[in-house]
Design a protein around this ligand. Structure first.
Ligand code: AHG
Ligand code: MN
Ligand code: MN
Ligand code: MN
Length: 334
């Protein structure tokens, strides 16, 4: 069916000249992510057959129990990027600190750093529900040939050069942006090739789906409680439908295709929410904005937030523009 469709490889080559910097380095980097995604996809698909479901036994720096696939996906992405000598630094949800890749070597001309959530929605692995990978790419701000520093990673989302996600769902897709719109590619598993199946993805301005873990309702700020009641009220095109998978990638992907809003607010227990600014919120915000959507912490644009630490958390409201603006209105009134 996709016989005439462009492959991801063809798309990357054709669009290389649209990149601001045309050394080919960014293209090679996206190619490496494509390769790692195929390896992880292969293992996610047989997770029930081999001994890779369940807990790994360790906690990550954020205090979460690591799943075996969290650790596995982390290793695959880091090894693939390291082996190809394609970036000068990596930061990951599963690593305490950032990793420097020969960045102190004066012959190393690599300019990019990658920040990654190797396996998003890992609590869903054991129950055969879609999971994902999220990536975010920046140009380093320190000079090439010197060691990367924390400054290279703590950049505003606004400075992202590219961002994307892989969704390991009923089919596996890569969705990404380099600042020229958002395109989605579906894997044909028989031949291991991604095809352009979703060109120029867009959020509708309004949607009818809201996605939030309502089990935490009592702990939400009053503005979010009021917005949820607004979603449930019978008026105009409301009540909206509630859909929450518990994998940010999957919830976001559905909302981008169908129109909707995703909310992970601050709670009494977690005053900054749960989601990570650098690995989750910034890349999703970049994709959302490139797809005519919006991403906010309730008051500020996500991509304007000045990061202060690698594993920083932030409240996250993201999706169809008018829905996000309505939620912000409720937050301002609370
Ligand atoms: P991760 O698996 O990378 O740690 O991310 C989990 C995140 C995100 O995917 C999801 O939207 C959210 O946690 C779900 O959290 P709750 O279970 O608290 O709703
Ligand atoms: Mn985690
Ligand atoms: Mn995640
Ligand atoms: Mn994760």
């Amino acid at each position: 069916m996709l016989g005439k469709a462009k492959t991801l490889g063809e798309f990357i080559i054709e669009n290389q000249s649209a990149f601001k910097y045309t050394s080919g380095e960014l293209s090679r980097l996206i190619n490496s992510i494509r390769l790692a995604a195929k390896v992880v996809n292969h293992d996610v698909n047989k997770a029930g057959l081999v001994d890779i479901i369940g807990a790994h036994g360790d906690k990550n720096i954020q205090g979460e129990d690591q799943q075996k696939l969290d650790v596995y996906a982390n290793d695959i992405f880091i090894q693939t990027l390291k082996n190809r000598n394609i970036v000068c630094g990596i930061a990951s949800e599963e690593e305490d600190d950032f990793i420097s890749i020969n960045s102190q070597d004066e012959n190393n001309q690599n300019k990019y750093v990658v920040l990654i959530d190797p396996l998003d929605g890992s609590s869903n692995i054991d129950v055969n529900v879609s999971v994902g990978t999220i990536f975010s790419i920046y140009r380093r701000v320190t000079p090439v040939g010197t060691p990367v520093t924390i400054e290279d990673f703590l950049q505003k989302g606004e400075a992202q050069v590219a961002a994307g996600y892989v969704i390991y769902g009923t089919s596996t897709m890569i969705v990404y942006t380099t600042g020229h719109g958002v395109n989605g590619f579906t894997l044909n598993p028989a031949i291991g090739t991604f095809y352009l199946s979703h060109p120029d993805m867009q959020f509708s301005e309004d949607g009818q789906i809201y996605s939030v873990n309502e089990g935490n309702y009592v702990h939400f700020p009053q503005g979010i409680k009021n917005y949820i009641k607004y979603c449930q009220m019978e008026e105009g095109n409301r009540p909206y439908t509630s859909r929450y998978i518990g994998s940010l990638v999957s919830d976001f992907h559905r909302n981008m295709i169908k129109g909707g809003i995703y909310i992970y607010p601050q709670t009494a227990k977690d005053p900054n929410g749960k989601l990570r600014l650098l690995y989750e919120c910034n890349p999703m915000a970049f994709i959302a904005e490139q797809a005519n959507g919006k991403a906010s912490d309730g008051f500020n644009r996500i991509m304007d937030i000045e990061p202060t630490e690698l594993h920083q958390r932030v409240p996250f409201i993201c999706g169809s523009k008018n829905m996000v603006e309505k939620a912000e209105e409720f937050m301002r009134q609370q």
